[in-house]
Unconditional design. Structure first.
Length: 291
């Protein structure tokens, strides 16, 4: 959640305030007008903010089964819109998991950010910045709207939303009172002035924001090497989730988490496959280091 915080220029706070951006563990709910990237409410279900067109995401109404274990938020990208009616309601133990949400084979933003990553490594910082700014420009077009309907409770909480069924609205629409959205391009020459290290981190941060909850993050971290992955993963395991300002701790599930070390850069090979690879009693497959 904190990764979506922005500074006064509408740029990621994690870049401009690297030692303080992630110090608050309070539940970030509606009414907190700390500036955020509008992508947060396309990505994260959070307390008393419209959840697509399903109504207000509400901790009081049981949207989260076990807050103490999993925290106060829920994923949003892979949920379909209620108005679509695109949900299989018969057959299977969990029929509502079958719906018409599109599976991304390849994302345009993913392509742009992979290209930007390559441009940083080949010294084309201006090209990398241009591609990151293309992604940020798209992110600044719309935000989660009221999506009010007769069968949800949005207008009861936000009277200005009555009769407004729009799911996507401009990020500065006056009906948005649950958040203050801000996302701007990097100013001209920012990557060149900051150098390759700054540009590299800016691209990686953009991937974190744009592709959040799409299954990319863990593989990105591993691809960027042990030091980077271990800092991110172990910082998450050990450095977040304490009791802050009376808020409950949200980290029970991390009690038995194992630190990220060298062996986690690769998965273990199944022992069955190693056994099947034997030729004349000698395995042709060798287990990955550490496993």
């Amino acid at each position: 959640m904190n990764a979506f915080l922005v500074d006064a220029q509408g740029l990621p706070l994690s870049l401009s305030a690297p030692t303080t951006w992630n110090t608050n563990n309070a539940n970030f709910k509606q009414g907190n007008l700390t500036p955020v990237d509008p992508r947060v409410d396309w990505t994260v279900g959070r307390d008393s903010v419209p959840y697509k067109d399903w109504g207000l995401y509400s901790l009081k109404d049981g949207w989260v089964r076990d807050i103490g274990n999993g925290g106060p938020y829920s994923p949003k990208k892979n949920a379909h819109e209620k108005a679509s009616g695109a949900e299989q309601l018969s057959g299977g133990w969990a029929p509502t998991q079958q719906n018409s949400v599109h599976i991304h084979l390849f994302r345009y933003a993913d392509l742009l950010l992979l290209l930007a990553e390559a441009q940083v490594e080949t010294g084309d910082l201006a090209g990398a910045q241009a591609n990151v700014n293309l992604v940020r420009a798209r992110a600044g077009v719309t935000a989660q709207g009221c999506a009010a309907a007769s069968d949800n409770n949005v207008a009861a909480k936000f009277p200005q939303c009555a009769g407004d069924s729009r799911l996507a609205i401009p990020i500065n629409d006056p009906k948005i009172t649950w958040a203050l959205y801000r996302v701007n391009p990097y100013p001209a020459g920012a990557f060149a002035a900051g150098g390759a290290a700054y540009a590299r981190e800016a691209v990686r941060t953009e991937r974190r924001l744009e592709l959040a909850m799409e299954g990319q993050r863990f593989f990105d971290l591993r691809r960027w090497g042990l030091a980077y992955a271990a800092a991110a993963m172990n910082g998450y395991i050990h450095g977040e989730g304490g009791r802050v300002g009376g808020e409950v701790s949200f980290v029970a599930y991390k009690a038995s988490a194992e630190d990220f070390i060298q062996r986690h850069l690769l998965y273990p090979l199944p022992n069955g496959q190693i056994s099947l690879s034997k030729v004349n009693g000698t395995s042709r497959l060798t287990q990955n280091p550490g496993w």
